[in-house]
Structures are given as C-alpha cells and as structure tokens.
Design a protein. Structure first.
Length: 489
C-alpha cells in the first residue's frame, strides 16, 4: 500500500525470511562465515541458539544458499519427530526406499550405506534441524547416535541444531552430557541494540529500493528499540506498521507519533509496557507518597498548630527561645524511603518577627558545560582494569547504552541505581566505538556461563531492569567495539 509513497520496489519488512534482506551487521555476517567454516571443516555437532524472532530462520536460509555445491542439504523443520521417525525422514530425503514395517536398525544400516556412497562421490551431507529445543529427549539421543556414523577418517553426517535458549537448558542436564560433548561449535544470536536497529532499518529500506533521506527519527528509534527488545521479527512488524501510519498521515518521516501508533497496533506488547517498566515498584511508590505526606503534615503542624513565640524587649536571654520539639519516631513508610534516598533531619527554625523577611537563597552556580559527570568518571576509571583483564568466555548483563552525547542520562541512571541500594562495584562503564558512532555502556556482574548470567538477571533490582537488560558475552563486546579484551587461555 505504501510502496509507491516511498518509492519502494517491494515490502522492506516482511517477516518471512528473504535472503536478499539478510543483515550482516551486529555480528550476523561474522556468525554466518564462522558457520560456513565450521560445517565444511569440522566434524562435530554445531549449535545456534537465539530468542524467538532473533533471526535464526533467516540465518538458516542464507546458510543453505551459501554452502558449497558438493554439500547435500537436508532441512528438518518438524521438531516433534520421534526417535524412529527421524531415521525414516532422513532416509526419505536421501532417496532410500524402506518398507513400512522396517526396523530402526535396518534403516540405520541403509543410511550408513547411502552416506558411504555419497562420501565416495566427495559429497558431504549436512542436516539442518530447526526448532531443536522442542525435540523429545529420545530424538535428541538418536541425533547423538547419528553423529557416530563415520568412515575410517571422517564423519559421514554433519548435524546443525537451531533452537531457542531452552535448548541450552536441555543440553545442560546431566542425562544430556553425552550429546553436549559432541557439540564442538556454539553460536548465539543476540538482540540488536539501538545503533544496530538504526542500521538495520536503513539497510532494509535501501534493499527494497528506497533512495531518499533517513526515514526513522531518533525518537522513533528509541520507541522501537524499547518495544521490540532488539528482536528482528518485532522490529519488522513495528517498522511496517509505522510506515503504514506515516502513509496514512501523508508524511514520509516516522516520528514518535507513528512509532506509538505501531506499538499500539502490535499484538505482542502493551502500548505502554516500556514506560510502565521504568516505574519503581508499587510498594515503594506508596511508601514514598506516605513519607512526603507525613513530612508536609509535620511542617504545617510546627508552623500553625503551636502558638508562635514573639520576642519582647525584656526577654532577651537565650532561655526565651523555644527549643525545637523532637520528631516522632519514623514510621515504616519513612524507613522504606530512607533506605532508598537518605533524607536530612528536619530542622524547625524559630519564628521570625513579622517585619523580618527570610534571607534570599544564594544564587546557584550553573553547572560547567561538557564536564564529565562524577559517577561516570569514577566508574570509567575503575572499570578499565576489568576490561583489560577479562577473558572472552566470561558473561555479564548489558544494563544500559546511550551515545556519547547522553552522558548526563548515564549519570542520572548511575545515581538512581546507587540511591536504590545497588552496590557500585557490581556496575561497570565502558566507551565503545562502532563504525562512526561512539557510545557509553553500563554493564553488571561477571559470570562464568550464560546460565549464571540468566539466573542473576532474574534477581536484578527493579531499577536495573528498566531498559530490558540481557546476558552478553565478553567476546561480543570485543567484536562490536574497539575495547581490548583478552583471549581465554
């Protein structure tokens, strides 16, 4: 509908995989190259994991196109195959005729004979298994047995598993250790960050024939980033709806209004979910509100409920001045607020004569421009030692990112985290350069595995969950920036 409006030759944001629209940024291209090398030179099982809508199917389709001509590709999209069904499915793909009542052992022998014949013709057989996380345990065990098919020197079957993060959890079980040890290469598709999303949207528009200036404003990119959680399928849905909204409004530019229209129309998210997530927990809101009401009531009571003491010429001694009354003990509400932001004790000054006006407050000095915020400066210095020494197999949680023009926002975020009780040694800050763009990032923790990072993610304080944090490996930080990170020994 909007193709002519934007001068497009085809829809740029279809959710069905179209290999002409494969985005090689955000480490996707490097992952594809590594996959091609692992499949054609390795002899173990290869695993690719990623969240729903992260681009696994697109990567699989591009992989099928890029594999050499001597590779015989078998694509299995049905994860509910039983242990015997997967053998018959492979036999059918290889053109092996098997009786309906054939035993599994007979089918396995027929498979080995066919694979040996193809190997003699210098043909390599690669099996791509989609949605592997949904496979029954018995079928996964059969996959391990299939990996045993080999000649005197080489494996006869290369197996590649595509699945959601649940696949990693299944493989982590004790009864899956034999299959887990056969996996020699593991790759993960991570969500896109905001800069990657901007590049991704621009690439898709150009690939569809657009030749004009940039369409998506910074405000729209921020909203799409928050609502999509960096998942390419959600980005496609939101971008398509935003283009349609702009077309209906007679404009070519997509701003906050068009992005909000798209988010509201999308079924996978609440239109205000990303805003609600930024609010503190309900209990803290009511506690803070109660504390404010109590403080206001105390001040009013001190000013109006007690009789004012008017000094007279005869009463000039210090005893003539009324001593401030003691404050009542703190209630649970004030205690809860004090744990978040400590408040100074309430000071009640003696009443002044009516003709005496309070002294004017001293004029606040303007903050120096372009100065490095204190907390940001401290954490940048303290984090450098960890960044210099961390090995690429460690994991952390990506908490916050912004461009280098947003240092004040980083400072506010760090201050809010500190005031909420987050221990600063757990937070680290880095500067990264990605192409022409530089930015700051805030990360949390240091973990030995993704599973440990996921467990820590669930226990994060609410203030650190506002920007939808996600687990990330140190090697990804190195690949996507100019930060030097040591290789593991």
């Amino acid at each position: 509908m909007y193709l002519e409006h934007y001068g497009l030759s085809e829809p740029p944001f279809r959710i069905t995989p179209h290999t002409d629209f494969f985005f090689s940024g955000a480490n996707r291209g490097a992952t594809l190259e590594a996959l091609l090398y692992a499949i054609t030179h390795d002899e173990g099982i290869v695993k690719i994991s990623g969240e729903v809508g992260s681009g696994k199917t697109m990567l699989c389709r591009v992989l099928m196109e890029r594999l050499p001509e001597n590779v015989f590709i078998i694509y299995l999209a049905n994860p509910s195959l039983s242990r015997e069904d997967i053998l018959f499915a492979l036999a059918d793909e290889l053109g092996i005729e098997t009786p309906e009542n054939a035993r599994a052992s007979a089918v396995m022998r027929a498979l080995q004979e066919k694979l040996l014949a193809l190997y003699a013709e210098s043909r390599q057989v690669v099996v791509l298994i989609d949605e592997a996380h949904a496979m029954p345990k018995e079928t996964l065990e059969e996959i391990r047995l299939l990996s045993n098919l080999e000649s005197n020197r080489h494996k006869l079957l290369q197996l590649v598993l595509f699945g959601q993060p649940e696949l990693n959890e299944t493989l982590a079980r004790a009864d899956m250790r034999q299959l887990r040890e056969r996996i020699t290469q593991s790759f993960r598709l991570e969500p896109l960050v905001r800069d990657d999303i901007a590049e991704y949207l621009e690439f898709r528009m150009r690939a569809a024939g657009y030749r004009g200036p940039g369409v998506f404003s910074p405000e729209a990119l921020k909203l799409i980033d928050q609502a999509s959680q960096g998942l390419t399928r959600r980005i496609n849905i939101l971008a398509d709806k935003a283009l349609l909204s702009a077309y209906a409004g007679g404009t070519h530019q997509i701003g906050a209004k068009e992005a909000k229209d798209a988010i509201k129309d999308a079924e996978f998210t609440d239109p205000g979910a990303h805003k609600v997530a930024k609010l503190p927990p309900t209990g803290l809101v009511w506690a803070a509100a109660g504390a404010i009401v109590m403080l206001v009531a105390m001040v009013l009571w001190q000013r109006f409920a007690q009789p004012a003491v008017v000094p007279t010429p005869a009463s000039t001694s210090p005893t003539a001045t009324a001593a401030p009354t003691e404050s009542p003990p703190p209630t649970p509400a004030t205690t809860a607020v004090a744990a978040i932001t400590p408040l100074p004790p309430l000071q009640v000054a003696p009443a002044l004569p009516a003709e005496t006006a309070p002294a004017p407050e001293p004029e606040k000095k303007p903050r120096a421009q372009n100065s490095t915020p204190p907390l940001l400066d401290i954490l940048l210095t303290e984090s450098q030692g960890w960044l210099d020494s961390v090995t690429d197999d460690r994991w952390f949680l990506q908490i916050y990112t912004t461009d280098n023009k947003g240092t004040e926002q980083v400072e506010k975020f760090l201050t809010k985290a500190r005031n909420s009780g987050v221990e600063l040694p757990h937070l680290r800050v880095y500067r990264a350069v990605i192409g022409p763009v530089s930015r700051h990032g805030v990360i949390y923790g240091d973990y030995a595995s993704r599973k440990d990072a996921v467990n820590a993610l669930e226990k994060l304080p609410a203030v650190l969950k506002q920007n939808r944090p996600y687990p990330r490996q140190a090697v990804r930080l190195k690949l996507n920036s100019n930060i030097p990170i040591n290789k593991s020994k």
